[in-house]
Each structure stands twice: as structure tokens, then as C-alpha cells.
Design a protein around this ligand. Structure first.
Ligand code: WT7
Length: 632
């Protein structure tokens, strides 16, 4: 599976993947996986319907590829390395043999509760081994997992359970997050008041507190697992049978249940993992995401296990017991690949080097980021202080919908450069479109990012609403998947993601991306983080409003800082991008996955606060009030 080892091999593979995609993916799928029946056709597609089908006719089970086939040679190798929230609790190494047993037992428990192929199972668990095992147990018997991030509220959980008619829910008595314990079961109980379809709830023990169990509905997981058989034959799945549903929020409306199917997702998540992280058999790989997000699905569970890798699963948070925790884990487990989000890097950089320097980070080989554009300053901090300028940084651009990484540097093939996701992965055919819907050819251009050709792990539909899938992704541009992002292609053909196109602000007729302005501001040594939004302006159409958090919130010379910040913007982008209003604030409203909620900031800046929408799912809803109070 490892064939992108230098620029020449990338260039050759890329060329083949575009000129003859079917032959390209056919060879990768044949050489690297176990199939119960081969496919009759590699790809069939029509973006106007839209219909996408990969490896039609093939039969397989993804868990045999993730687990069983590694047993003979690597049964004693650690598959999942669990690092608990509390550093004084010992970590747990789950070998491939252990994992096989635990997944099969769990699958048999699901069966004993009436779960069959095609049934939807909701998983609402903290980052404990049972979460990964539950996901795999569903896949073992062909049940469709729908993991809901355990930070979501009862309402959010209930709407996701109901949207796809889940029959069974897997949860725990609670979870640890830093100094806090989270009482998951009472959230579940509230949610289930509105979920008539749930027939059984399996409850894992983690925090060992007293919780209420509803008789006949709720079952402790442990005793059921102990009495379950450790043999569960893998259900034979068709290539296009759904593997999972994962909800992602849209710019409007209810969350969308993105449906990923079996064979294509398997091939693409495995192949990208191997080549982008340059995984070698002795490596310890760590992605800090939660399995509740696509990053965790593809690059904690499936991608690594498909490669027989050791994947570290961390229960806690970067700030507990102190902001050195990530680096202490890297040292403790000799982590080779480390994959995190820019928001985490910025938070850690803000803490200073005293929390980095005590740790030996020499095991690191590749660093990754995902989730949002990484600003120049954070990129350099990561490169200088974590990678010690010897680890390639892979700034990986992709989406819940894409299933796997789409645009990213590939170590050894080509380097990254700050704020650039660089080049498409093999098989990915990006295009930039103008407002008229025409493709913009050539280099040094900017437009809306589309993908012109199917790739194996693309979401196939929105659960229960194919029409919305078509409208959201395939209607803006003819025969192209629209990502919702803007991007520029530089003089070398490298891509820089400029942010969601709904964040583009047109000031005096000039299109300004928020990301480059924020980059410029973040260069100021006193700035921790910033978010730019547009607000209506009589003369310019829109003007720019900047919300800025400082590293040291006691900084008093606000007037001087504002001047300096606008000078920086002028320098990096031009006077047109200068901010009309600057509000210093102690925090920015963020989603649980760490994205800044610009929608809320936009409303406050526009003095349109009558309906801020649902802010209860924010990480820090309290900052909204403060920002409103001090609004300019
Ligand atoms: C959106 C997708 C894919 C896993 C996590 C997010 C933004 C993601 C990058 C990056 C710039 C990025 C895009 C994209 N995004 N990675 N490396 N550089 N922007 O998944 O929640 O589905 O969000 O995140 O705007 O469309 P998601």
C-alpha cells in the first residue's frame, strides 16, 4: 500500500490515477485487502443524479481487513494503545488478538439484542476503548453505526437518533475530561424521552457512579460481554452497503447524516493513511481527535487498523493535568506521527515553551493538522518547537463528506509550506470555479473549490434525503462536487484553502477571504487568535469587524494595538483589508470541534442579535454574552 515514496512516484501515480482511475484503484484494491468476492466494475458514476458506485459486485467485511488478517503475523502487536485521562492510571495496550476477541464478543451482544445487518446503532461514548470496539462490532455484523460526539446535548443526540431511526444506543455511566466528570447517562435518559425507536441501551462502566437504569431497556455492557462467545463470523457485505452515518452541520437546516459505504471508504482511508503519514510497522501513531468526528473514524479507527498499525487513543484533554500533557504522552509512548487541530496548536503555543521543553519529542517523524486553515504563526511554532524543523507537516484538507484526506503534502514526495494544503492526493481532481460556474484554468488564480471526478470514499447520500445531497453538493456546478470552500492555486499549482465561501466578505467590490486577514493579525506577537466577519456598511457594502483575543488579556494599550494590527493587515494584504472595528475579547465562540462560530459573530457585528440560533452546542456559550455586551 506504500508507494508514494518520492516525488517521482507521486507524479507517476497521480498521472495514472487521472488518466485511468479505474485501473489505478483496481490495482490498489486488489493488492492490499481481502475480499470475499471480486468486483465486476471498479466505478460507475453520474454526478447529475447523483450516483456513485465503487467496486460494484464485490463482497467483503471491513473488520476482517482491520483485524482478522493481521492475527497470524501480528496478533501480539498493539492495535489500540489507550491513554487514560488521569496520567496516574495505567495505559492499556490492546493487541490485535485482544481486539478480535472483544469485537466479536461485542458483536454477539448486539446480535443478542436483536441487531441485524442494516439496523442503525447510535454510539454515544467518551474516548474509551469501548467506543472503537463498538464501532467495529457494528461493522462486524453489518449494522450501520452512527457515532454522536459525547459532548453533544440531549436535544442534539435525540435528533440524530431519530433522523436515522436507531434501534439501539451504546453509552456509558459517564466519562472523564480533565478535572471534570461528564454524566452521560442522564443526558441519554433525557434524550430518550423523545426517541421511541430505541429498544435497548447498553451501558459501559467508566466512572463507577450510581446511575439510574431503566428496567427492560438498559443493560450493563460488561456482564453481557463476559458471557458472550468470542467467535462471531463476519457478515458478508456488498461493496456499496452503508458502513456508517455521521452527522455534520450544514450552513442551514438540520445536521446532515452523511452516509459512507463499505469498500470505497476502506480502500481510500487505508491508502491515504499509509502514504500521508508514511506509517512504518514499528511506529506509534496518534491522532488527538475524538472518534465522534470523521477524523477519528478514518484516522483513529479504520485507516490505522487497516494498515495493522498501533493507534493511540487518548481519553483526556490537552490542558490536564497541565498544558504539557500532549508532549508528555508523545514522550511516554514514543509517538511517531502526531495529528491534531490548529486550534489546539494555538492554545498550546499560547502557554509558552516551559511546557514543551521538558519533554523528549525525538520520536516524532511526521506532524499533521486538520479542520481549519492553519495560520502562519501556528505553523511555525509547530514546526520549530514540536517538529524541531525535522518533521514534515501535513496540513490535510478534507471534510466529513470526503471520508478521507483530499489535499495534503506527502512527506518525501513534496513538502508543505505554511497555510498551503499543497497538492491533491492521487485520484483527486480539484477544480476552481468562478461565479458564473466556469472552471478557472491555469495558475495564480482563486475560486470555489470543486472536485471533478469521484473518489472511492466520497459520501454517497444524506440519510433519508438524497435530494438535499444533490442540492447541497451537485447543483452549484455542473458535473462537479462542490466543497463549500474557497481556494487559491499559486504559481506552482499548490492549493491554499481560503475558508468557507460563506465567509467571503466583499468590501468595496473586493473579495476578501477571512483566513488571510486572520493570518496577518495573528502574526502580531500579542495576538492569540482572531476572527473576522463582515457587517453592513453604507458605502463599502460590507466592512470588516475583527474579534481578537490577546495572549495577555491585561494588555491595556488597545489604541496602539489597533493601529499596529491594521498596519500588519495593510502589509500582508493591502489597506483594503483593514478592519473598521476591532473588539478585544477574552474568547471566541467555538463549536465542540474547535471551529470558530463566525455565524454568531457575524450577527453580533451586524447588530442582528434577536435570533442567534442554537448556541447550546457551543464549547463556551458564555462568551457570547460578553461579546454582545462589549460590542462596538
Ligand atoms: C471543513 C470540513 C476533515 C476533518 C475535520 C473537519 C475545513 C478542514 C482543513 C485544512 C483549511 C480545512 C474546510 C472544510 N478544513 N481541513 N487543512 N485547511 N480548512 O471536517 O467538520 O466536515 O469540516 O473544514 O472548511 O470544508 P468537517
Amino acid at each position: 500500500m506504500y508507494n508514494l515514496k518520492d516525488l517521482k512516484s507521486y507524479t507517476k501515480s497521480y498521472k495514472k490515477s487521472v488518466e485511468n482511475p479505474e485501473a489505478f484503484w483496481d490495482a490498489i484494491a486488489k493488492a492490499n485487502f481481502v475480499w470475499k468476492r471480486p468486483w465486476s466494475r471498479v466505478l460507475e458514476w453520474d454526478f447529475s443524479l447523483p450516483k456513485i458506485s465503487w467496486f460494484e459486485g464485490a463482497q467483503l467485511n471491513i473488520t476482517e481487513n482491520c483485524i482478522d488478517r493481521h492475527l497470524e503475523q501480528n496478533g501480539n502487536k498493539t492495535a489500540i494503545l489507550f491513554e487514560p485521562n488521569n496520567p496516574n492510571e495505567s495505559s492499556e495496550a490492546i493487541t490485535y488478538t485482544d481486539l478480535h476477541k472483544r469485537v466479536n464478543q461485542f458483536a454477539n451482544v448486539l446480535k443478542s439484542k436483536g441487531i441485524q445487518k442494516g439496523d442503525r446503532v447510535c454510539v454515544y461514548l467518551p474516548m474509551i476503548p469501548e467506543l472503537a470496539i463498538a464501532v467495529l462490532a457494528c461493522a462486524r455484523i453489518g449494522a450501520i453505526h452512527s457515532v454522536v460526539f459525547a459532548g453533544f446535548s440531549a436535544n442534539a443526540l435525540a435528533s440524530r437518533i431519530n433522523d436515522c431511526d436507531c434501534k439501539l444506543l451504546i453509552t456509558s455511566d459517564g466519562g472523564y475530561r480533565g478535572a471534570k466528570t461528564i454524566d452521560l447517562k442522564s443526558i441519554v435518559d433525557t434524550a430518550l424521552l423523545d426517541c421511541a425507536g430505541i429498544e435497548a441501551v447498553l451501558v459501559a462502566k467508566r466512572i463507577h457512579t450510581d446511575i439510574s437504569m431503566v428496567s427492560g431497556r438498559d443493560f450493563w455492557l460488561q456482564p453481557l460481554l463476559e458471557s458472550a462467545s468470542a467467535i462471531c463470523e463476519a457478515t458478508v457485505m456488498d461493496a456499496e452497503d452503508p458502513l456508517f452515518i455521521l452527522y455534520t452541520s450544514g450552513s442551514t437546516g438540520q445536521p446532515k447524516g452523511m452516509v459512507h459505504t463499505t469498500a470505497g471508504y476502506m480502500v481510500y482511508s487505508a491508502y491515504t493513511f499509509k502514504n500521508i503519514f508514511q506509517y512504518e510497522p514499528e511506529d506509534i501513531y496518534w491522532c488527538t481527535a475524538d472518534i465522534g468526528w470523521i477524523t477519528g473514524h478514518s484516522y483513529i479507527v479504520y485507516g490505522p487498523l487497516l494498515n495493522g498499525a498501533t493507534t493511540l487513543m487518548f481519553e483526556g484533554v490537552p490542558s490536564y493535568p497541565d498544558y504539557g500533557r500532549f508532549w508528555s504522552i508523545v514522550e511516554k509512548h514514543k509517538v511517531s506521527q502526531f495529528y491534531t487541530a490548529p486550534t489546539a496548536i494555538r492554545a498550546l503555543a499560547k502557554q509558552g515553551l516551559d511546557l514543551v521543553s521538558p519533554y523528549d519529542l525525538s520520536s516524532l517523524k511526521v506532524l499533521g493538522t486538520v479542520g481549519e486553515p492553519i495560520n502562519e504563526e501556528a505553523w511555525h511554532w509547530y514546526n520549530d518547537h514540536i517538529g524541531k524543523r525535522k518533521c514534515p507537516i501535513v496540513d490535510t484538507w478534507w471534510q466529513t463528506e470526503t471520508g478521507g484526506i483530499m489535499i495534503s503534502p506527502i512527506p518525501k514526495s513534496f513538502d508543505g509550506k505554511p497555510t498551503f494544503a499543497t497538492l491533491p492526493f492521487v485520484g483527486i481532481q480539484p477544480a476552481l470555479m468562478d461565479e458564473k460556474g466556469e472552471e478557472i484554468e491555469g495558475n495564480s488564480v482563486e475560486g470555489r473549490l470543486c472536485i471533478k471526478f469521484p473518489w472511492p470514499s466520497m459520501a454517497r447520500t444524506i440519510w433519508g434525503n438524497h435530494q438535499r445531497y444533490k442540492e447541497t453538493y451537485f447543483s452549484a456546478y455542473d458535473q462537479s462536487y462542490f466543497t463549500g470552500d474557497g481556494a487559491l492555486r499559486d504559481e506552482n499549482g499548490h492549493y491554499r484553502i481560503t475558508g468557507r465561501v460563506d465567509d467571503v466578505i466583499i468590501v468595496s467590490g473586493h473579495n476578501l477571504g477571512t483566513a488571510p486577514i486572520e493570518d496577518a493579525i495573528n502574526e502580531h506577537p500579542k495576538v492569540a487568535e482572531s476572527a473576522i466577519v463582515g457587517y453592513p456598511h453604507d458605502i463599502k457594502g460590507s466592512a470588516l469587524y475583527g474579534y481578537i483575543t490577546l495572549k495577555n488579556s491585561d494588555d491595556t494599550n488597545a489604541a496602539a494595538l489597533k493601529v499596529e494590527i491594521n498596519q500588519l493587515i495593510s502589509k500582508h494584504i493591502g489597506p483594503i483589508a483593514k478592519l473598521d472595528k476591532i473588539q478585544f475579547t477574552s474568547g471566541l465562540p467555538k463549536t465542540r470541534s474547535g471551529k470558530i462560530m463566525r455565524r454568531i459573530l457575524r450577527k453580533i457585528a451586524s447588530k442582528d442579535t434577536s435570533n442567534l440560533g442554537d448556541i447550546s452546542t457551543l464549547l463556551n456559550p458564555e462568551v457570547v454574552e460578553t461579546i454582545m455586551k462589549n460590542s462596538l
